[in-house]
Design a protein around this ligand. Structure first.
Ligand code: SF4
Length: 465
């Protein structure tokens, strides 16, 4: 894979026209290398005369691990597309897609209720809602008609992308026929059924998972066979053993596949599937099965699971699964931030406190949630600290009195006019800025609690000033 901007530059038009948003083609080339720009942003390169160069660049810049799309339109889930083994070397792309299962022997009302629960689940976390990605429909009856009818009902109930699960080609074909236009993932081709499964994938032009439990040679030869037949939208499932020694074998298998793919073995450079749902095959107690399912999901979110099939839909299982994926797939090069500014929490009045924090999203939303959940109407000021938390920003000079003054001015928030108290509350960890802030703003400064969780107690004691 190309690593040098110079190597990329030689295929660009070299006009330095700025259409891509960069001042020079070389700057654009650097962005292409670290995947912070898209090739199509260089519109001059889309002209016919550059077609060969565009094609060449597209190939050079393709991620090591193939990116596979499941679903259509606004409801596409992309998986894979990674270039590195370790997140800090670049970033991971395409958060692990979580598919929660339903099955074709469920009574209709329970089926719809479960699909609705999966589709409606959301958890607010650091400024966004985390949601489930997909529904996996399992054939338990092994009856093609029953499976097709379940697929139809699920499609009516949700637009979420689908995984169709059966090892029986007749059953899977019946489901594919109904759902083809939604581009579901077929699960799965094995050493026994691969020819018929390949026919279905070709006929309906669908991505397909290849399953070879604990046999990487067979998995690779399946992948080579499908690729030689023109199918490259593949997902590899090396089997997920949920307990003991076999779990460590699964772990090693998944690492081997990803390492080989990143190191250039194109035959196995596809997204990987883990199936934490297998926990339910060995643990009879619901809580134990659910607990271990979540543990397994966490392990393979960190280590290279691009898509997973899960069963437990209780919040205690879904929240950590979704939250961990969000954390691992955040770009470590860019701290998650909120826009600097003065935000209203609740319905503040002139008597309400004005509280300073940073624009690091995790800090901002923690403080915001501590204030709003305790009914403290207030003005919350997010200072632009380049997304750095309070303590480090004070030490590093990103949180200063002049930065606080700047954000208030840019937000046209005149403390003397808008509040009756002309008082600023600094975070406890920024106490050393007190004198500077008093001087620059001409306001009173109070030192709040070090931890926003203690703000309600602090307010009882010190507010109003
Ligand atoms: Fe260069 Fe293309 Fe960007 Fe123009 S749009 S500056 S030609 S890379």
């Amino acid at each position: 894979k190309v690593n040098s901007p110079l190597e990329v530059y030689k295929y660009l038009p070299g006009d330095n026209c700025g259409v891509c948003g960069e001042e020079t083609c070389m700057a654009f080339a650097s962005k292409l290398i670290n995947r912070s720009a898209k090739l199509s942003s260089c519109t001059p390169l889309l002209k016919d005369e550059y077609k060969d160069k565009f094609d060449k660049l597209e190939k050079l810049l393709a991620p090591e691990i193939r990116e596979v799309e499941i679903g259509t339109g606004d409801n596409v889930v992309k998986i894979g597309g990674d270039d590195v083994l370790y997140r800090h070397k670049l970033t991971f792309f395409n958060r692990t897609a979580l598919a929660y299962d339903v099955w074709d022997t469920m009574p209709e009302n329970e089926l719809i209720e479960r699909v609705d629960h999966i589709a409606d689940f959301k958890k607010f976390y650091v400024g966004e809602f985390l949601t489930a990605d997909m529904v996996a429909i399992r054939s338990v009856s092994d009856d093609p008609q029953k499976f097709a009818s379940t697929v139809e009902k699920v499609m009516k109930a949700t637009d979420l992308p689908l995984v169709l699960c059966s090892f029986n080609p007749e059953v899977l074909k019946a489901g594919a026929e109904i759902a083809a236009e939604r581009k579901p993932l077929l699960y799965a081709a094995t050493m026994e059924n691969w020819q018929q499964m390949a026919d279905i994938a070709v006929e309906y032009d669908l991505p397909i998972a290849l399953f070879s439990p604990n046999d990487l040679d067979n998995l690779k030869s399946l992948a080579k066979t499908f690729s030689s037949m023109g199918m490259d939208n593949l997902v590899l499932d090396p089997g997920t053993y949920p307990t003991g020694k076999e779990l460590s074998t699964t772990f090693n298998n998944i690492i081997k596949i990803r390492r080989a793919g990143i190191e250039g073995d194109r035959d196995i450079a596809y997204p990987i599937m883990a199936v934490p749902l297998t926990s339910w095959l060995v643990h009879k107690e619901k809580v134990t099965a659910s607990y271990w399912e979540t543990v397994i999901a966490s392990v393979f979110t960190i280590k290279y699971g691009d898509i997973m099939i899960l069963h437990s839909t209780e919040p205690y299982a879904m929240i950590p699964e979704l939250q961990l994926g969000d954390t691992i797939y955040t770009d470590p090069r860019k701290p998650v931030t909120v826009d600097p500014g003065v935000y209203e929490v609740g319905s503040p009045t002139a008597d309400s406190p004005l509280i300073i924090t940073t624009n690091f999203a995790l800090t901002y939303y923690t403080v915001e949630s501590d204030l709003s959940s305790n009914g403290i109407d207030s003005y919350l000021v997010a200072v632009d600290t380049d997304g750095i938390g309070v303590e480090a920003a004070v030490a590093g000079g990103q949180l200063t009195a002049s930065k606080i003054k700047q954000v208030l001015e840019e937000s046209s928030f005149d403390l003397k006019e808008k509040t009756s108290h002309n008082t600023v509350i600094l975070p406890g960890l920024a106490a050393r800025l007190q004198g500077d802030v008093e001087d620059q703003l001409g306001s009173n400064v109070l030192i709040g609690s070090a931890d926003s969780g203690r703000l309600p107690g602090w307010m009882d004691k010190y507010w109003p000033p």
